[in-house]
Design a protein around this ligand. Sequence first.
Ligand SMILES: Nc1nc2c(ncn2[C@@H]2O[C@H](COP(=O)(O)OP(=O)(O)O)[C@@H](O)[C@H]2O)c(=O)[nH]1
Ligand SMILES: [Mg+2]
Length: 444
Amino acid sequence: MNGNKEGTYFGLSTPLGRSATATIRISGYKSKGVLNKITAGKLKNPKHKNTSVFDIYNKNNDLIDNVLITFFEAPNSYTGEDLVEIHTHGNPVIIDMVYDTLFELGLRLAEPGEFTRTAYLNDKIDLIQAESILSLINSNTKEGVGLSLNNVSGSLSKKIKKMRSNIISTLGFVEYELDISETDNQRETITQAHKNIKNLLLETSELISTAKYARIKTIGAQIVIYGKPNAGKSTLFNSLLNYDRSIVTDIKGTTRDTIEEISTVGNHSVVFIDTAGIRTTEDPIEKLGVKRTQEKVSTADLSIHMVTSVPKKSKLKPKNNITVLNKIDLLEKSELNKVKNNKNLVCVSAKNKMGIRLLLKRINKELDLKTQNKTTNQITSPRQEQSLKNAQNELQRALECKEDNLEIIAHHLTGAIKAFDILMGRTSPDDVLEGVFSNFCVGK
Ligand SMILES: Nc1nc2c(ncn2[C@@H]2O[C@H](COP(=O)(O)OP(=O)(O)O)[C@@H](O)[C@H]2O)c(=O)[nH]1
Ligand SMILES: [Mg+2]
């Protein structure tokens, strides 16, 4: 991305292909002139938010298409610049002709994300909102769309702003104390600062904890299948997907890489991950595979531990984990009855597709529980999570400061403000000063 690009640019806002209509957006100061030219003078002075039907022409005055044109006047548009939307018939040949005409009029093609970047640079939206627009478009579930839309509207930004101004006012009275240092007040100041910081830490960690839910809701839950070689992981993976994606053999070490496929379970979007069986091996490729498996298990939203014999109770990991006993088709009836009553297990025959529906039901239930988070504001990007973790780290260090270290508290509070500024995509040290003066009345 390049923040210094100039000129008027355009791009196709809808997917390329055949459809009833397609939308080409134009943003920049030349927009009005372009409308005048392509409509052969019919649309000279477009009005803000006006939509009308026009014939549009190329430079030789050949008709290109009959289109719908909407005009948005700066600064009241998505980008903050003059903005045009041309809705043509959805045929790539027509799109090509419009492109050629716009090039001839001196316009350039937009860079990826440039409309939203311009909106951010023109202060129409902050960085969180910009990211939320992306997650709104990419969300795979209804809930993901809902929470992204909530963030686009600025609800999360508002919360972050409030937290940031709480840090600024805390820094304000810590610095005030530093300036007019009366040791009598120092204890009081520290107590108040600690109280504020503790509250902020609570809010920060609450937001950080939403990252996982948000990922499940927008992109989909990562569900990793792991276990010993030949447990039937790849067979289960294929059964869950309902087609033969992974190679299945009776040779140990067949799967050496992780294989991921998107699917749905109930209302949830999921990514099933087949992995290399966990064992000690000398094969360097398989070794890497085993390492990858371990990484995936540690970051997954849910893991399926595949076994072929009932594990000891101590080996069962109930958190984020479903233990699946496979190959029940090989069990005697009496043995089968015994394991079927074991509530800690889901019994399947991956090969014969027995028990798969029950397993899917169980996965659905686990994901329902995980996404039941009622927090209004949820973060949706790893960048947001990382910035918040940086802020959390600074706040934690400010809290751990000893009494006579007001300067160090101030230093870490400043660090936390910086992390919040990065989170929102702004840096304005002047705000700190303003916060100091707006919160204090020296005359008192
Ligand atoms: N009898 C029986 N064999 C199975 C079952 N599931 C998998 N297998 C067999 O076990 C072997 C290993 O399966 P695979 O899915 O490659 O195991 P992975 O190494 O864990 O991925 C293959 O020969 C499969 O056909 C099952 O439910 N019953
Ligand atoms: Mg396998």
